[in-house]
Design a protein around this ligand. Structure first.
Ligand SMILES: *Cc1c(COP(=O)(O)O)cnc(C)c1O
Length: 376
């Protein structure tokens, strides 16, 4: 048994000595933030790597989500998913917007487009879906409804770094997409985030908004916030870009190993995307069906006993937290599939240098799990 604890993820770090020259340049220039040379370079390099028109860097994805809603002047009600990290819906409350939750697709666990129309009211102005686990939403169905009702679409793409669907980068869908570069994500800058935008004019407005609303030295044109990414984080991001393809390849290897080893285990469903030309293997979620011998929390605890800390993403649902549960759309009867998934999901460890012995050990525990009474 391994004595060291294995977490669901471990932040990818480049060799420290490779970062030192970047730091020396920051010390030489003396420019620490406010759109310095690394910030400019990183924005351009990211746009090229991700194959997107424009990138606006942020201090984190939560501030980026709040700002994206401001950039598009979203008000009233926004349709979103309860099956996500809490920051998705928090960005709405921070803007005085009412979240309206709709249920998820039972296969991808992303927002079910078929549930959107019934949730639209005269106050609805936008849709805020999440590419959960980096698996693309049904972007075409969502776009169709948005066009029909003249709604804006903002994707929380915090999990979807580098993901391509059949028509190219998934980040090119909707009006804006938001990335997270938090330590726990596939691509990290310690903390960080970005808004992907289609045209220079929206990038310009977003750049004002993340700098207190300053349009120039003397003119403040909006109630902006401080959402700027520092030179330290931008420099690290530039270096991380050199390593990301290698990191994704290692994740792919682990993903394939889990899938193959778990394929014949009754009651274990490896959650998959529907339309990925290039996946990022950000998470390895398994859903325990009714014929799995023990409950999800029992497996979670069994893994913990073996020093494996799997995570229940996403449990509880956002709609269960106190600031949301009073909303009519938060009622469990409106969200049966989200509740089902939330009580049966478990994300297994996956990260580039996860030892393959640990993967085999996790598979073994999942495969052999039996109710306590039978084990004795
Ligand atoms: C991580 C995450 C966020 C928040 O990202 P930060 O960069 O930590 O602010 C938002 N939405 C989802 C779906 C996330 O997983």
């Amino acid at each position: 048994m391994n004595n060291e604890k294995t977490y669901v993820t471990k932040p990818y770090l480049p060799p420290l000595e490779e970062f030192i020259p970047y730091l020396e340049k920051v010390w030489q220039s003396g420019q620490l933030t406010n759109g310095g040379p690394f910030h400019k370079q990183f924005e351009l390099a990211l746009a090229e790597y991700l194959e997107v028109p424009h990138v606006a860097l942020f201090t984190n994805a939560t501030i980026a989500l709040v700002t994206a809603l401001q950039a598009l002047r979203i008000t009233g009600e926004v349709i979103t998913t309860p099956y996500s990290f809490v920051a998705t819906a928090h960005s709405l409350l921070w803007n005085g917007i009412k979240p309206v939750f709709v249920d998820i697709d039972p296969v991808t666990l992303n927002m079910d487009p078929a549930k959107i129309e019934a949730a639209i009211t005269p106050q609805t102005t936008a849709i805020l879906p999440v590419h959960c686990y980096g698996h693309p939403c049904d972007v075409e169905a969502i776009e169709k409804i948005a066009d029909m009702y003249n709604l804006r679409v903002i994707y929380d793409a915090a999990h979807a770094f580098g993901v391509q669907c059949h028509c190219g980068s998934v980040l090119n869908h909707g009006d804006l997409s938001i990335l997270s570069f938090h330590a726990t994500k596939v691509f990290n800058t310690f903390e960080g985030g970005a808004i992907i935008c289609r045209d220079l004019k929206s990038k310009e407005r977003i750049d004002f908004l993340k700098n207190f609303g300053y349009a120039n030295e003397t003119a403040v044109v909006a109630t902006g916030i401080n959402g700027k990414m520092s030179e330290f984080n931008a420099a690290l991001g530039l270096l991380q870009l050199k390593h990301i393809d290698g990191a994704l390849a290692k994740r792919q290897e682990i993903d394939a190993l889990y899938r193959q080893a778990l394929a014949d285990v009754p009651g274990v469903r490896c959650v998959s995307g529907r339309d990925e030309l290039r996946a990022n293997y950000a998470y390895f979620p398994i859903l325990l069906e009714e014929d799995y011998p023990i409950a999800r929390d029992e497996l979670y605890n069994l893994l913990l006993e073996h020093n494996i800390h799997a995570r229940r993403y996403f449990y509880p649902l956002i709609s269960e937290f106190s600031m949301y549960r009073g909303l009519p759309s938060a009622s469990p009867s409106n969200l049966p599939r989200a509740h089902f998934a939330s009580s049966r999901i478990l994300c297994l460890p996956i990260y580039p240098d996860l030892p393959l012995e640990i993967v085999h050990q996790v598979v073994d525990i999942v495969r052999r799990a039996r109710p306590q009474a039978l084990v004795a």
